[in-house]
Design a binder for this molecule. Sequence first.
Ligand code: SF4
Ligand code: F3S
Length: 106
Amino acid sequence: TFVVTENCIRCKYTDCVDVCPTDCFHEGPNFLVINPETCIDCSLCVAECPADAIYDEKDLPEDQQHFLQLNAELSQVWPVIDATSAPLPEAETWVDQPDKMQYLER
Ligand code: SF4
Ligand code: F3S
């Protein structure tokens, strides 16, 4: 499966959503996750993310491993998002900032 990681937090560009053939993305207040039960590993979303936040689980950086479980967990709770929309207003400020996990809203 593919996994959304920390750099999406407070950005939520949503460019990833339109290319997904199986509507895998689920939306929270300031982060998206991928549902591992619907992801077909097409990899199309990876290149779309301006924050480079999406990884194949096999390539997850060491410090992002916990996002595998978090995507699985939150995709059971959050609603599906099936169309790209505007990024969060301060996305450009927050992209590539370190330690954004503390800002995750559920
Ligand atoms: Fe959707 Fe493909 Fe990305 Fe999985 S890898 S979330 S199926 S676009
Ligand atoms: Fe997040 Fe990147 Fe999609 S910032 S919403 S994973 S395009």
